[in-house]
Design a protein around this ligand. Structure first.
Ligand code: GDP
Length: 369
C-alpha cells in the first residue's frame, strides 16, 4: 500500500495525531481492517462522500472506502543525519514512505516542553528539513562517487550515468540553497534515473499545523500558522490546519456529544479529514469506483493509469485478461440513477486498453480468465 510518514520534532503532537487517525478509522469502519497493524503503523480510510451516494443508488450491501497507510516516525531530532542516537534508522523509515506529513507545533502550552524551549514553527521545520537535506546530500555524494568510476567509458550505460550525474548535481545545488529536491525540474528520463536513491526531500510533503482547540475556528489569526503558511508558500508545499488534541477528544465522545463539542468550537471537524485528503492529493492519486448490489468500493490509482492498469489494482488477472471496461462518469451515474439507466441514456462508454481512467469513473471490467 501507499505509505505516509508522520515526522516532526519531539512533543509536537505526532503520536496524538497518529492515534487519533487510527481511533477514528476504527470508529468509522468497524467491520473493516482499518486500524493499527503495528504500534506505529495504521491503515486509515480516505473519507469520500461519493461512496454513500453510489451505495444508495446501487443498493449495495457493503461500502468499502479506499485507504492510506500512516507510519508514526518518532525520534527525528537535530543530528539525525549524522547518525546520532537512532537517527539513521528513522531516516531509513522515512525513505520507505511515499510521502511525508510534517507535524508542526503551533500551539502554546506551558505544560508541554518544547525541545528548543520556545514555539517557533519556521525554526522547527528548518531543523527537520535540514536533517532530511543532509541525508540526501550524503546519498548523492556517494552516488556521484560511484558514477565517476564509469567516466571516460562509452556506451549506453556511460551515457545514462552522465545524465544521472548531471541531474544529481542540479539537485545538490538546490539542496545547498536550502531547497528540497522536489523543487528541481527533472525530465522523465532524469526522474527515472534518480528514483533509485529515494531522496527524502523529493517526496511530496504536507505541513500539518497542530493548533490549540481555540484556534481551530479561525486559524488565520494564529501567528504561528501565518508564519508556517508564508514559509510553505515559498516552497510550494501545502499546509493543513488540524488540532490533534481536539481529534483525540472527539474519539472518546458519542455522535451527539461530538457534534456539540464541535459546535462549541465553531467548526465542522478537527482537521483530520482534510489531512487525509491533502495527503492523497499530494501523492497525485485518483479514485475510481466499482458499484453493484454486493458492494460499492473506492479504488486508488495514480494519475495517468490506463483501464488495464486500474483493473490490475483489483486483481492482476483483471489486468492480464483485460478486454474492455464499461465506464460511466460519476455525475452521469448519479443523474441517470445507475449503470443500466446510464446505458439507456447513452451515457455508458465502452473503453479499451488505451483509455486513461478519470477521477470518479465508475468501472465494470470485462476480462478473459
Ligand atoms: P510527539 O512527541 O510529537 O509524538 O508528541 P505527542 O503526541 O506525544 O504529544 C506531546 C504532548 O503534547 C502530549 O502531552 C500531548 O497531550 C500534547 N499535545 C499534543 N497535541 C496538542 C495540542 O494540540 N494542544 C495541546 N495543548 N497539547 C497537545
Amino acid at each position: 500500500g501507499l505509505k505516509t510518514g508522520i515526522v516532526g520534532l519531539p512533543n509536537v503532537g505526532k503520536s496524538t495525531m497518529f492515534n487519533a487517525l487510527c481511533e477514528n478509522a476504527k470508529a468509522q469502519a468497524a467491520n473493516f481492517p482499518f486500524c493499527t497493524i503495528e504500534p506505529n503503523v495504521g491503515i486509515v480510510a480516505v473519507p469520500d462522500p461519493r461512496l454513500d451516494v453510489l451505495s444508495k443508488i446501487s443498493g449495495s450491501e457493503k461500502t468499502v472506502p479506499t485507504s492510506v497507510e500512516f507510519v508514526d516516525i518518532a525520534g527525528l531530532v537535530k543530528g539525525a543525519s549524522k547518525g546520532e542516537g537512532l537517527g539513521n534508522q528513522f531516516l531509513a523509515n522515512i525513505r520507505e514512505c511515499d510521502s511525508i506529513v510534517q507535524v508542526v507545533r503551533c500551539f502554546e502550552d506551558g505544560d508541554v516542553v518544547h525541545v528548543a524551549g520556545r514555539v517557533d514553527p519556521v525554526d522547527d521545520t528548518d531543523v527537520i528539513n535540514f536533517e532530511l537535506a543532509l541525508s540526501d546530500i550524503t546519498q548523492i555524494e556517494k552516488r556521484l562517487e560511484r558514477l565517476k568510476k564509469t567516466k571516460g567509458k562509452s556506451g549506453e550505460e556511460a551515457k545514462r550515468n552522465e545524465v544521472e550525474a548531471a541531474a544529481l548535481q542540479r539537485i545538490m545545488a538546490a539542496l545547498e540553497q536550502n531547497k528540497p529536491a522536489r523543487s528541481v525540474d527533472l525530465s522523465e528520463e532524469e526522474a527515472e534515473l534518480v528514483r533509485g536513491l529515494c531522496l527524502l526531500t523529493a517526496k511530496p510533503m504536507v505541513y500539518a499545523a497542530n493548533v490549540a482547540e481555540d484556534d481551530l475556528a479561525s486559524p488565520a489569526d494564529n501567528k504561528y500558522v501565518q508564519q508556517l503558511q508564508a514559509k510553505a508558500a515559498e516552497e510550494g508545499s501545502g499546509v493543513v490546519v488540524v488540532s490533534a488534541q481536539v481529534e483525540a477528544e472527539l474519539n472518546g465522545l458519542d455522535k451527539e456529544e461530538a457534534a456539540e463539542y464541535l459546535e462549541a468550537l465553531g467548526v465542522q471537524e478537527g482537521g483530520l479529514k482534510s489531512l487525509i485528503r491533502a495527503t492523497y492529493k499530494q501523492l497525485g492519486l485518483l479514485t475510481y469506483f466499482t458499484s453493484g448490489e454486493k458492494e460499492t468500493r473506492a479504488w486508488t490509482i495514480k494519475d495517468g493509469f490506463t483501464a488495464p492498469q486500474a483493473a490490475g489494482v483489483i486483481h492482476t488477472d483483471f489486468e492480464k485478461g483485460f478486454i474492455r471496461a464499461e465506464t460511466v462518469a460519476y455525475d452521469d451515474y448519479v443523474t441517470s440513477g445507475g449503470m443500466g439507466a446510464a446505458k439507456e441514456k447513452g451515457l455508458l462508454r465502452l473503453e479499451g486498453k488505451e483509455y486513461v481512467v478519470q477521477e470518479g469513473d465508475i468501472m465494470l471490467f470485462r476480462f478473459n480468465v
